[in-house]
Design a protein around this ligand. Structure first.
Ligand SMILES: NC(=O)c1ccc[n+]([C@@H]2O[C@H](COP(=O)([O-])OP(=O)(O)OC[C@H]3O[C@@H](n4cnc5c(N)ncnc54)[C@H](O)[C@@H]3O)[C@@H](O)[C@H]2O)c1
Length: 355
């Protein structure tokens, strides 16, 4: 699907979606991959452990803000495309400390774009595509009806969303101003294996197994459009391989669910797959907590463009994927324990305005 002899520079490839992407590309031998990752709390080299010793993958620890490093990697590895996953990605953390979100998501994307712009001007450099991975949160919040299309005006409400929106605008500008070959995807909430347990689905699974409260923000009726990470990886590969230059593509699972529904679904799957020792249903642990400041009510994606133009579609249904996800976390308890043994202990984040 990708041109032969492709070499991808994948930033943030040790994080949740990035590592699912890198594993798919390398295991299917679609391209050589250079993973560049700062290995923040969310970046985990263990996610890529199965690739150790291969000559078609290298993991480089470094910051996308380090333009000299990025330039060197682009040149030394004759990179044909950059896929930019690197980001601070958790809305609650952006409420507590927006500075790091601006540094990585905005300045970091700028530095990558500058390195790419310089590289394509170098003698002998071949084509270089810049694929930028973004979010539906840039569009703000929906009411009870309607869907985000690629023409929906940007209206970010959290520092995270604002930083991603700024990065998207820079990518757009580098295409229009400098002719950089860019493609941007804006996707909805991902779920699946290897997600850091600060996010709703792994947090609920791990808390339930430890008989801890299952926090539901506010009334729990905020709606998200859940996208299985493998389907997202397929979409990014299609956009990278065949997306129109300068274009943006929305990617969503057509799976609108309230947060409360997600938590109840997880509880009933766990009741079957890993019943509590005392026999009580996990649903008894559901606890409504203070809402997130500025919590967007509903996100939903119209994915018609990527479906029609690039032939993308989700491989399986939500019910099957959510069960596979729970099963993955049950089978990878050691991974979960190691990843949560650092500073983060699944405490509540992002209440800055309420304190
Ligand atoms: N998870 C979702 O539901 C979702 C939804 C829409 C869009 N996205 C976007 O997809 C991308 C990946 O999200 P994720 O959930 O995998 O995030 P993640 O937090 O799991 O991973 C982010 C990765 O980026 C790395 N990183 C952070 N700062 C860096 C820097 N300055 N230089 C190099 N590496 C750095 C981290 O170490 C980590 O490995 C992000 O750009 C995010 O905005 C995610």
């Amino acid at each position: 699907m990708l041109p032969p002899d492709s070499t991808l520079l994948v930033t943030g490839g040790a994080g949740f979606i990035g590592s699912n992407f890198v594993l798919a590309v390398v295991e299917q031998k679609l391209a050589r991959v250079v993973t560049l990752d700062k290995l923040t709390y969310a970046g985990n080299p263990e996610n890529l452990a199965s690739l150790r010793g291969r000559d078609d993958h290298v993991l480089v620890e470094g910051d996308i803000n380090d333009r000299a490093l990025v330039s060197r990697l682009l040149r030394e590895h004759a990179v044909t495309a950059i896929v930019n996953f690197a980001a601070e990605s958790h809305v609650d953390r952006s409420i507590d400390g927006p500075g790091e979100f601006v540094r990585t998501n905005v300045n970091g994307t700028f530095e990558l774009l500058e390195a790419a712009r310089a590289r394509v001007k170098e003698a002998g450099a071949g084509p270089l595509r810049f694929a930028h991975v973004s979010t539906d949160e840039v569009y703000g919040s929906l009411g009870a009806t309607g869907l985000f299309t690629e023409d929906t005006p940007y209206a970010p409400n959290s520092p995270y969303a604002a930083s991603k929106a700024a990065a998207d605008h820079l990518v757009r500008a580098y295409h229009h101003t400098y002719g950089l070959d860019t493609v941007t995807t804006n996707c909805s909430n991902n779920y699946g294996p290897l997600q850091f347990p600060e996010k709703l689905i792994p947090l609920v699974i791990l808390n339930a197994l430890e008989q801890k409260p299952l926090p539901v923000y506010g009334d729990g009726l905020n709606v998200r459009d859940w996208l299985y990470v493998e389907d997202h990886v397929d979409a990014i590969l299609l956009a990278l391989a065949r997306g129109r230059s300068g274009e943006t593509y929305n990617v969503g699972g057509r799976n609108e669910r309230t947060n409360l529904h997600i938590v109840k679904t997880l509880c009933s799957i766990l009741d079957r797959l890993a019943p509590a020792k005392d026999g009580r249903p996990y649903g008894a642990l559901i606890t409504h907590v203070a809402d997130r400041p500025g919590h967007d009510r509903r996100y939903a994606i119209d994915a018609t463009r990527i479906e029609r133009e690039l032939g993308w579609k989700a491989r399986r249904g939500f019910e099957e994927n959510i069960e596979r996800t729970v099963a993955w976390y049950l089978e990878h308890r050691a991974w979960c324990e190691r990843i949560t043994s650092g500073v983060y202990r699944r405490e509540r984040l992002g209440l800055e305005n309420n304190s």
